[in-house]
Write a protein that binds this ligand. Structure first.
Ligand SMILES: O=C(O)CCC(=O)C(=O)O
Ligand SMILES: [Fe+2]
Length: 253
């Protein structure tokens, strides 16, 4: 379902988007107004998503993809989901400022690599900071979805170490994939749905949902109470025939 509440396209020049040095060759250069296009979706209740479809020029984005695909020490850890052990359905790697080793999710504590090991990540971080004035990301979770069978299931990045209103900036390289957001159910909605409180025939309306097609070189930012009130996922997609690398920049408080 397409997002219905795209509120406004930010005025050109409102926020600077970096131009790539290598984007000018081979007809890959973006028109300035296209490079600055950002769609702001107000999710309500103080939650917001910003989508910058052409955050970085195609050629530069492929340069980043090739480097990360080859150089990142990808692992596929065993995690715990609903009390069961399972191999995570995508490759991953964690990079963070010195001393930020506390990330733990699904019973797994990833090793924190240093930014110094991967100079390209410093360039990408710089570009993200320039696009999002006032942001100070200090950690990065990378994901690689090798085929359309790799995915991330419904979750929120609501770990306390990110604080109550984290800004999370997500860069997509390679194969485009669908990114879904759905509103978390309130306790009373959840119990209605389970049939514990009300008879089953009492219909519970479907949660609000938004979908974004995240293309090569795009940036998606989740802000405000998005992690508290919404969940997101990247579902399996049979048609996705090539790998996708995703970088989510976060700030550990
Ligand atoms: O791959 C994506 O677009 C999302 C990844 C994600 O949600 C996460 O790493 O927490
Ligand atoms: Fe996430």
């Amino acid at each position: 379902m397409a997002s219905r509440s795209r509120l406004r396209l930010a005025a050109a020049g409102e926020n600077p988007i970096p131009q790539s040095k290598s984007g000018g060759e081979g007809g890959t250069e973006r028109k300035p107004e296209e490079a600055r296009r950002r769609e702001v979706t107000d999710l309500g209740g103080g939650s917001e998503v910003v989508h910058v479809p052409r955050f970085v020029a195609r050629e530069a984005a492929w340069g980043w993809f090739d480097y990360l695909d080859k150089r990142i020490p990808w692992t596929r850890p065993t995690i715990r989901v609903f009390g069961r052990s399972a191999v995570q359905p995508r490759d991953t790697c964690y990079v963070a400022d010195e001393g930020l080793t506390d990330l733990r999710y699904s019973g797994h504590q990833p090793h924190a690599h240093s930014w110094d090991e991967f100079p390209v990540l410093k360039d990408i971080l710089k570009a993200v900071h320039e696009a999002l004035p006032g942001s100070h990301f200090n950690s990065l979770l990378l994901n690689r979805y090798k085929t359309g069978s790799d995915y991330v299931s419904w979750h929120a990045d609501d770990e306390p170490l990110y604080g109550p209103t984290p800004e999370i900036a997500s860069v997509t390289l390679g194969c485009e994939r669908e990114f879904l957001l759905r509103k978390k159910l309130t306790k009373s909605q959840a119990s209605l749905g389970s049939g514990e409180v009300a008879p089953k025939r009492l219909k519970v309306s479907a949660p609000q949902q938004h979908s974004f097609l995240l293309k090569h070189g795009s940036l998606l930012v989740m802000r405000g109470y998005t992690q508290r009130d919404w969940q997101h996922s990247v579902p399996k997609r049979a048609k996705a025939s090539s790998p996708r690398i995703n970088l989510t920049f976060r700030r550990v408080l």
